[in-house]
Every structure is written in C-alpha cells, then in structure tokens.
Design a protein around this ligand. Structure first.
Ligand SMILES: [Zn+2]
Length: 59
C-alpha cells in the first residue's frame, strides 16, 4: 500500500483522492477545495505581477 498525501494541504488521503495536473505533473489532493487551490496557484492571471516581483527577489 502506498501512502498518499494531499499536494495542497499535506494531509493523508484516505479512499479515492482527486487527481489534478499541475505544471504537467499529475498530483493527488484530498478534496475539491485543494484541487482548486492548486489550480489557482498555478493559473496565469492577475497574480502574474506578484510572480514577477517574486522572481526579482529570487534573482
Ligand atoms: Zn488537501
């Protein structure tokens, strides 16, 4: 048996999880809320300006 954890909140997934694809990688989450949270975190949108600022800090 493989232990699976939610990619969004890190809690253990019991029973059927929800598979979502983020950045071309398939991950599993525990609930629909976590799936949406992951999708929104990686979706291009109004947050792009903030992502650009983070990149500036990184470099
Ligand atoms: Zn979760």
């Amino acid at each position: 048996m493989t232990e699976r954890t939610c990619a969004a909140c890190d809690c253990r997934i019991e029973g059927p999880g929800i598979e979502v694809t983020v950045g071309g990688k398939a991950v599993e989450v525990c609930c629909d809320d976590c799936a949406r949270a992951l999708n929104e975190a990686h979706a291009p949108g109004p947050g792009m300006q903030r992502a650009d600022g983070m990149r500036a800090l990184d470099g």
